[in-house]
Design a protein around this ligand. Structure first.
Ligand code: HEC
Length: 146
């Protein structure tokens, strides 16, 4: 029961993110379609840029692009490619690691930290902002707050 509730919570989070993305895309499209459209408004943004929510939202997009195949849509380590890995991709919802460690393993990969090479290094691929954002996302789906 407990597991089911949290999974639903995560599904809701994804749906909300998808809905926000759709709204944002429509807004961008309307702005593009309008000739002489006024400069973009900075007040009343969907999510304040410096908020944790905004970082989690951006990090969700990074996660969906770079992590979901292994770590899975529920971040429980059961992605489509998970069975190709031994050890399996970590269950990020149960991770006991702090943000600094998460940032480090994302940047340098498993092998550099004496872990499995199945966890690729993303330091060449992702910007510092993307790594911070995906760390915020992992934190948001993870029970432990630190
Ligand atoms: C190709 C498969 C694969 C992809 C893609 C991948 N990972 Fe991993 N990841 C792994 C594996 C396998 C491990 C487990 C390594 C071990 O246990 O030695 C792991 C471990 C981790 C850990 C350690 C968790 C802990 O509690 O120790 C974190 C954090 C992590 N991955 C985050 C990410 C993030 C964020 C992304 C996307 C940027 C990502 N991974 C993409 C396979 C992958």
């Amino acid at each position: 029961m407990q597991g089911k509730r949290t999974m639903n919570g995560l599904a809701v989070r994804w749906l909300r993110a998808a809905a926000l993305a759709a709204v944002a895309a429509c807004g961008a499209w309307t702005a593009l379609a309008e000739e002489n459209s006024p400069p973009p408004r900075t007040d009343g943004a969907l999510l304040p840029r410096d908020s944790t929510d905004a970082a989690v939202f951006r990090g969700g997009l990074v996660y969906a692009n770079y992590c979901v195949t292994c770590h899975g849509i529920n971040a429980d380590g059961n992605g489509r490619a998970a069975r190709l890995h031994n050890p399996r991709p970590a269950n990020l919802r149960a991770s006991d690691k702090n943000d600094a460690y998460i940032g480090l393993i994302v940047r340098r990969g498993g092998e550099a930290l004496g872990r499995a090479p199945g966890m690729p290094p993303w330091g060449e691929e992702l910007t510092d902002e993307q790594i911070n954002d995906v760390t915020a996302f992992v934190r948001s789906v993870n029970g432990q707050h630190r």
